[in-house]
Design a protein around this ligand. Sequence first.
Ligand SMILES: [Zn+2]
Length: 316
Amino acid sequence: MKKVALFNGVMVMAGMALSTQPSRAQQQDFSKVQIKVTKVSGNIYMLEGSGGNIAASVGEDGIVIVDDQFAPLAEKIQAALKGLGITDKPVRFVINTHYHGDHTGGNAPFSTTGSTVIAQDNVRKRLETGGTAGTGGAVKMDVPAAPKAALPVITFEHDVTVHLNGEDIRALHFPAGHTDGDAVIFFPKNNVVHMGDDFVRYGFPFIDVTSGGSVQGMIAAMEKVSSQLPADVKVIPGHGEVSNLDDVRAFVKMLKETSAAVQKAIDAHKTVEQMKQEKILEPWKKWSGDFIDQGKFIETLYSSLTGTKGEFVKHN
Ligand SMILES: [Zn+2]
């Protein structure tokens, strides 16, 4: 069975309804996860294990990583970085792209071993309080409050720059996209960008409407980024393989077209159930995935476009 580890260590089984049957979600065995390291450009690497992609700047000043997957993988991630044989210096900074557990799960072990965690203001707030993540529909996940050691020590509202390894590493906040605390991280010298989960390769994206995300914000963020970055920038998505700006544009095009289809149905006073029955996203079915299928993406877009945070689905 195809499995996708996308959230808080819960394996999403193909075709399963995540929120309605949490007992079918199985906790992942992290002891079996191996960390794969790929050189993206210059001294920037991508690390894949389980959860969101990690970007790493590895050089004479030490190491900066973007996102840190899950706590049980922290030692393996550190070993993989050391195994490059470039530096014995530690991970000095961790920059979180957003608060989800598959991107911030390693914050506590990294900070207790000397790393400083940096994130947008709302990442800290959401980690501190916990809450609910979801599409405003069937995908709904409880997020427990994170321990103090997992909280970012440095936060920023709009942007921050980390000057290390001869590079001005820029973290830029884009409001209300995948969540309300997203940052895109650009490595200008090496011409690499980490998009966080504002851009993913697993199909229709999970947009955390319950945590302040919206499809409109995701479109705005990716359009702005693709218009401002160099045409040949290498793109590390939140999940999936290294990509380019054409891939980002194809993703944005799909987001715009599917949003228009759902908006048209909203204007015609159709309910979410009717939209699902009529399979209004069928023309984009190649984007339908194990995690977010057509029905769940209809719910996501409906929530985004109507400003609903979700309780409507229960009464459908
Ligand atoms: Zn996420």
